[in-house]
Design a protein around this ligand. Structure first.
Ligand code: MSP
Length: 512
């Protein structure tokens, strides 16, 4: 049995969950489910980032203690993930006692080995990013993420000798082509590493910020949030606490991140791991952004898409489907309500929904609601069986290459080929002259559809399970061989699986 350990970034507990957070988490969930359903042993970790200035500020604005503030805020993420059918194995909070102890232990270890030193520092700090910027990194003298002028801060602090590991990191990236993906991001990191790498300020004086993990070697300071947060990936699986559990899961197979947090994950994190003597994760994969009507979503632009609004309107599984189908992993994608509606209607309501409806209606009307006998296979059936047998292999290979949208499209193309098969053999006409032949067509259409649904199950776990019942089948393993659907098995009640969305006039015209 293979193991598969996947992580999402841990989200700032202050934020209200939006489509960007939901996307990374759904992607991790879908990949986890693919691996689980293929028989692998999976550990899927997500959680919240709860220390730092932003949290402390928000708590004081609300007039509550930071920990209480976090306890109240974290529920929004936890509830959202439940709603979105996320099956994570653990939810880590950086305020968890275990996590804090691991951070302290690793800090002490790095301090003892001489890679942490005390010094005075002047730097430009962005509260939004919770990090210092160098002049070179600024755009128009402003933070490139928040477009805000930065404050110069001068203070004594502890520093991590990140610069010491620059060459080791460059060599590691060059020797491990799978370490940072996609390739464009790998090149971006290598480009960044062409400039001399500075050391990393890893503390904040308590006089300025007290909400954080106290340094084990100086009680006047707390740990810098990123140094704290990144360690969740090892503390979440028992580092320094449970050697057996840690050895079982580490190294992570995938750290999924958005492209906005590339430097912290591909420079800070690997150098921290070098210093702590912990092996590197297998792959850090950076996906693009979801844009809203071509703009990056932000509170100030007022164009943030809230997953709740969408799932209340269209259901969870269609939203999961859309996000997996419409983003080319690594690139930015645009989200618009019309784009969603068009995709939903064409793929789910038409291609998938109509096929289920047709099969179910005919089987209920002419075969007493029970799957007919497969009968003799003609050329058309053989073709369907052949492409159905290779479908899982093709789709899974694409998923391993992180081409999720292509994998979905491959399955949907197969669904369309089942529709074409039905159109060609017309069981609704055949039934009048040759009931057995019509039964053969319906059996093969239903069995092919079952194979396709099984492959869509990790993406739409609830709807596909329901539809499988409507064609007399149930959820099995991912690569289930042809012929699992049993003749005589009873269909469950039919319900339109994906009711059409009425498009507004403007969208209709654009489509025509
Ligand atoms: N707390 C840090 C991460 C620490 S990990 C050790 C953080 N948190 S965050 O709440 O800002 O979430 C960042 C992640 O949310 C991004 O990396 C990305 O995965 C996701 N997204 C946020 N906005 C996004 C879009 N508009 N589109 C897609 N994903 C984006 O950074």
């Amino acid at each position: 049995m293979k193991k598969f350990y996947i992580t999402t970034p841990i989200y700032y507990v202050n934020d209200e969950p939006h489509i960007g957070h939901a996307y990374t988490t759904i992607l991790a969930d879908v990949l986890s489910r693919y691996h689980r359903e293929a028989g692998d042993e999976v550990f899927f970790l997500t959680g919240t980032d709860e220390h730092g200035q932003k949290v402390s500020q928000a708590a004081s604005e609300r007039g509550v203690e930071p920990k209480k503030h976090c306890d109240e805020m974290v529920i929004r993420f936890q509830n959202m993930w439940k709603k979105l059918h996320i099956e994570n194995d653990h939810f880590i909070r950086t305020t968890d006692k275990d996590h804090q102890e691991v951070v302290k232990e690793i800090l002490q270890q790095i301090y003892d080995s001489g890679d942490i030193y005390f010094d005075e520092y002047t730097g430009l700090y962005c509260v939004g990013c919770e990090r210092f910027y160098t002049e070179k990194e600024l755009v128009d003298e402003k933070c490139p993420q928040h477009q805000e002028s930065l404050k110069e801060i001068k203070e004594t602090n502890y520093f991590f000798r990140m610069s010491k590991y620059q060459q080791q990191l460059i060599d590691y990236i060059n020797e491990h082509p799978e370490f940072i993906l996609p390739k464009t991001r790998r090149n971006e990191v290598l480009g960044f590493l062409r400039q001399p790498l500075g050391d990393l300020c890893i503390s904040r004086p308590k006089s300025r910020l007290s909400w954080g993990i106290e340094l084990p070697f100086d009680s006047d300071y707390v740990t810098y949030v990123w140094f704290d947060a990144l360690l969740n990936y090892v503390s979440g699986i028992g580092a320094k606490k449970d050697d057996k559990q840690f050895a079982k899961w580490w190294p992570a197979d995938y750290h999924l991140i958005g492209k906005d947090i590339l430097t912290t994950h591909c420079v800070y994190w690997p150098t921290m791991l070098f210093a702590a003597g912990i092996p590197q994760p297998r792959t850090i994969f950076a996906h693009g952004w979801w844009l809203s009507d071509e703009f990056k979503m932000s509170k100030s632009l007022g164009n943030v898409i809230k997953p709740l609004d969408l799932i209340d309107r269209y259901g969870v599984d269609p939203v999961r489907y859309f996000l997996m189908r419409d983003m080319v992993l690594g690139q930015d994608s645009n989200f618009s309500p019309d784009g969603f509606a068009l995709r939903y209607n064409s793929d789910l309501a038409n291609d998938l929904g109509n096929l289920v409806g047709r099969i179910s209606t005919l089987v209920r009307r002419h075969f007493d609601g029970k799957i007919p006998e497969p009968g003799e296979q003609s050329r058309e059936e053989t073709q369907l069986v052949e492409s159905g047998s290779t479908l899982a292999v093709e789709a899974i290979e694409l998923i391993h290459e992180m081409k999720m949208n292509d994998a979905v499209e491959t399955v949907m193309e197969y669904v369309r080929s089942i529709n074409r098969y039905m159109e060609k053999l017309m069981p609704w006409k055949l039934i009048k002259s040759d009931k057995a032949a019509a039964g053969t067509v319906l059996y093969h259409a239903a069995e092919s559809l079952r194979i396709a649904l099984q492959l869509l199950h990790p993406i739409m776990p609830v709807r596909t399970a329901k539809i499988l019942g409507m064609i007399g089948a149930s959820v099995t393993e991912l690569k289930s061989p042809w012929g699992q659907l049993k003749s005589g098995s009873k269909l469950s009640e039919f319900e339109v699986p994906f009711p059409r969305i009425e498009l507004n006039q403007k969208t209709k015209q654009a489509k025509e």
